[in-house]
Design a protein around this ligand. Structure first.
Ligand SMILES: [Zn+2]
Length: 200
């Protein structure tokens, strides 16, 4: 028996909407959804999306229903006809704060925290420095070419944006302490990092 805290993930909800779920899982999922308003709301919204895409004949419907749904739930919905860039959620693969004391000491001395994120062909190297009470996030997208690319950071306490240079490097203007989302926009792909906690 599933607990109320085990919400139905978006992939399963998408499968439910498109009728691709085995009967047993469907029964279990619907039992949860009937008692859980957040999941019921997701099912309803995603159902709307899928119906819209099915009735929209002007252009090919976005193939990735889940990515499309994520963009809706993060409040950045696009109209169903618009084509979607591929969206990658980056995963943290290195954090200098979690390293052995020798390295930690070295990074404490320079005052710069290094974070490396894996995102398929778009790994990202971040350097975070506290400068006069403002957090400065700089970094590099580790790929060959990123013409026209940009980076934005967004949180309740502030936001900033910067473009990528020829080396795919960027330096964002300083932002006040807080929790932030950082996104990298490139011509073919959008990379989103897990929440960044910028606190002393
Ligand atoms: Zn739920």
């Amino acid at each position: 028996m599933s607990k109320l805290s085990d919400h139905i993930d978006l992939v399963t909800i998408a499968d439910l909407v498109e009728n691709r779920v085995a009967p047993k899982l469907r029964t279990e999922s619907m039992a949860h959804i009937s008692n859980c308003s957040p999941c019921a709301e997701k099912l309803r919204k995603l159902g709307d999306v899928v119906r819209l895409m099915q009735t929209d004949r002007t252009e090919d419907a976005p193939r990735d229903v889940v990515a499309y749904a994520m963009s809706i739930f993060s409040g950045r919905a696009k109209s169903p006809g618009q084509s979607l860039k591929r969206r990658i959620l980056a995963a943290l693969s290195f954090d200098s704060m979690n390293q052995a004391p020798a390295f930690g000491l070295r990074s404490a001395q320079t005052g710069t925290r290094q974070l490396i994120y894996s995102a398929e062909e778009n790994d990202i190297d971040l350097r975070i420095t506290l400068h006069e009470d403002m957090w400065v996030v700089a970094g590099q997208v580790l790929r060959e070419e990123c013409a026209g690319g940009s980076v934005e950071i967004e949180g309740l306490s502030g936001s900033a944006a910067a473009t990528l240079n020829d080396m795919c490097e960027f330096t964002l203007p300083g932002v006040p302490p807080g929790n932030y989302l950082l996104r990298v926009h490139m011509s073919d792909v959008e990379v989103e990092l897990p929440q960044l906690e910028l606190t002393a």
